[in-house]
Design a protein around this ligand. Structure first.
Ligand code: GAR
Length: 221
């Protein structure tokens, strides 16, 4: 391949804590040529995360950085930033990374870190989103892709998949339906970013130069 085009391929670093199904769809989308990018490193804070196995199988470098080995959130985040910056990635992809960041880290990656969250933000930030959606008796639940800011699950939204809540839904059943939608919208948003179509400018999300509404682009499959 020509040297210049090689340099233009966006480098990604993925952070996860668990199963890594969102990592897997990203690996598959890159392998299929649907996204032109390379995953240069997968970092997990849990040594037994299934996502690490998926990365190994795909021949991707992995690192475990266990938050329990650090005396403070600041020290953990400093180590994360070292490991990430070593790869000079264009984009950092959070794929089920279950740690809260310091403002230092989120500022450092402002506009180049995406997260997927299993709710229609700004509803149900934090954990146990499916239980809370059922308890609140909402008709619509879903998932959101957003840029990461210093506010937990509060960064500007790019894309939202809408998933209706059904009468007999348990949190587990609802979570499974939401996850199917996550696997559709996250690769779309990552592709847009890698193609230079999706940008964050002064806390506003720009798609092809046009500012998106605060709840991003709605997606219903
Ligand atoms: C996904 O449902 C993702 O939205 C959620 O963790 C799961 C990871 O699944 N992320 C968060 O809750 C972040 N606040 P995966 O490991 O199979 O990709």
């Amino acid at each position: 391949m020509h040297q210049q085009s090689l340099q233009q391929i966006p480098r990604l670093v993925v952070l996860l804590s668990g199963g890594g199904s969102n990592l897997q769809v990203l690996i598959d989308a890159i392998a299929a040529g649907a996204i032109v990018a390379t995953i240069d490193l997968v970092i997990s804070n849990k040594a037994d995360a299934m996502g690490l196995v998926r990365a190994h199988k795909a021949g991707i470098e992995t690192r475990v950085i266990n938050h329990l080995d650090f005396g403070s959130r600041e020290a953990f985040d400093r180590e994360l930033m070292h490991a990430i910056d070593d790869k000079q990635p264009e984009l950092i992809v959070l794929a089920g990374f279950m740690r809260v960041f310091t403002a230092q880290l989120t500022h450092h990656y402002n506009g180049r870190m995406l997260n997927i969250h299993p709710s229609l933000l700004p509803q149900f930030k934090g954990t146990n989103t499916h239980e809370r959606a059922i308890e609140a008796e909402v008709d619509q639940h879903g998932a959101s892709v957003h840029f990461v800011s210093s506010e937990l699950d509060g960064g500007p939204v790019v894309l939202q998949a809408l998933v209706p809540v059904l009468e007999l839904d348990s949190p587990r059943v609802l979570a499974a339906r939401v996850l199917v939608q996550e696997h559709i919208i996250y690769p779309i948003a990552i592709k847009w970013f890698c193609e230079g179509r999706l940008k964050l400018n002064n806390n506003a999300v720009l798609m092809d130069g046009h500012q998106l509404p605060v709840t991003g682009i709605p997606f219903q499959s």
